[in-house]
Ligand binder design. Structure first.
Ligand SMILES: Cc1ncc(COP(=O)(O)O)c(C=O)c1O
Length: 387
């Protein structure tokens, strides 16, 4: 059997990983500033995470939600404490798309409405409604097409107010990333998120904060939406939550009440997923990784802003993007091939940095040095490389 070919891939086989490094089958070491798409939060194979999972494996790996799983309550309490949302309610699932799908569905159950407001350049996942709320026609199959999603320009308060004036009584939810990831690292304005909050309050709509990529401490606050100083009704999370173990969830404000069977999952919240997620929170807290994300992120943004060839350096904490001009279109590829550094991208010309929150200063320095060297090499290819 062949693999179903849906991914353009790098021909690299990774066989070992630790911290911010991975090694391929030839023994070559790579610096990972991509984290497998923002997934590696506390560092590859963190010893505490490995130990927690191994210990749990010896006991029980999985049972479904038909029994009480005390680890889920432990996770809810820890998550409430670290995120400052102690009065919220946790529902666990398995992926970012599933988290958003559940959030949109729950909002609709809650207020009995159908319309969803989403924004240009959004990415919310590939399941039915999540993909319908994703601003990329190529990903939406005919069966996912719905008249229920309205796309508005990102950060445009006037358009938002107008939309609510016209459709307010029909709008079930507004879904927005605190920082758009796939869309190219676009930070939602604090005033825009405040406006979403106040309009949702006024019209009885649900504010859904998609924190799948920008959440879990990556920006220095647990949820990047929190920079705006207002709460969302539902936060969705995945990626960094398990540091590579598939686990996701939504947290739900206390005014949204649960009913049996409106949401459900076979695998969500299993024993192994819970310990992986607990281990991540324990390490984030113990190693003060949100503070590290702020510090290393600031260093990186300052250094990147001082490189004249790179434009529009942006982001928060360790979620950083910058534009590359046409002459540097091979920069990302060359960083990987010539310097063994993984970075991310967003079409057409954005480089995205999504490293582990434990990224060390020396690794950030190495990246900046390699980046400058590669830019110099691309722009003056005949010069001799002395390093
Ligand atoms: C903001 C955002 N939401 C949702 C998703 C979907 O997550 P998953 O791939 O785990 O379904 C992603 C994935 O990149 C994302 O970046």
């Amino acid at each position: 059997m062949k693999l179903f070919d849906v991914y353009p891939i790098n021909e690299i086989t990774i066989t070992k990983a630790r911290g911010s490094y991975v090694w391929d089958d030839k023994g070559d070491q790579y610096l990972d500033l991509y984290g497998g798409h923002a997934v590696i939060s506390i560092g590859h194979n963190h010893p505490h995470w490995v130990e927690r999972i191994e210990d749990q494996l010896e006991k029980i790996a999985f049972y479904s939600n038909s029994i009480r799983i005390p680890l889920q309550q432990q996770l809810a309490e820890k998550l409430g404490k670290i995120s400052g949302k102690e009065d919220y309610q946790l529902f666990l699932c398995n992926s970012g798309a599933e988290a958003n799908e559940n959030a949109l569905k729950l909002a609709s159950f809650h207020n009995g409405r159908k319309k969803v407001v989403a924004f240009t350049k959004s990415f919310h996942g590939r399941t039915s409604l999540a993909v319908a709320a994703t601003d990329n026609k190529n990903l939406v199959a005919p069966v996912n097409e719905t008249g229920n999603v309205m796309f508005l320009p990102f950060n445009d308060e006037e358009a938002l107010v107008e939309c609510f004036k016209t459709n307010g009584s029909e709008i079930s939810s507004v879904i927005i990333e605190g920082i758009q990831g796939v869309g190219g690292i676009n930070v939602a304005d604090d005033s825009f998120l405040k406006k979403i909050r106040s309009l949702c309050d006024e019209y009885g709509a649900v504010y859904i904060a998609d924190s799948v990529q920008c959440g879990y401490g990556r920006t220095g606050k647990f949820f990047s939406h929190d920079f705006a100083g207002v709460n969302a009704d539902i936060y969705t999370m995945a990626k960094g939550m398990g540091n590579g173990f598939p686990v996701a969830g939504i947290i739900v404000a206390p005014n949204i009440k649960p009913r049996h069977f409106i949401l459900g999952t076979t695998f969500g919240g299993n024993h192994l997923a819970c310990v992986a997620a607990l281990a991540v929170l324990e390490v984030i807290e113990k190693e003060k990784l949100m503070g590290n994300a702020v510090m290393i992120g600031k260093y990186l943004r300052e250094e990147l802003s001082a490189i004249p060839e790179l434009k529009n350096v942006r982001g928060r904490g360790l979620m950083i993007g910058f534009d590359t001009p046409e002459e540097l279109k091979d920069l990302k590829k060359n960083l990987l091939t010539n310097h063994k550094i993984f970075t991310g991208e967003a079409k057409p010309n954005v480089i995205r940095l999504l490293p582990s929150l434990a990224l060390k200063k020396k690794d950030a320095e190495q990246f900046i040095e390699s980046l400058k060297e590669e830019i110099h090499q691309i722009l003056s290819p005949t010069s001799v490389n002395l390093t």
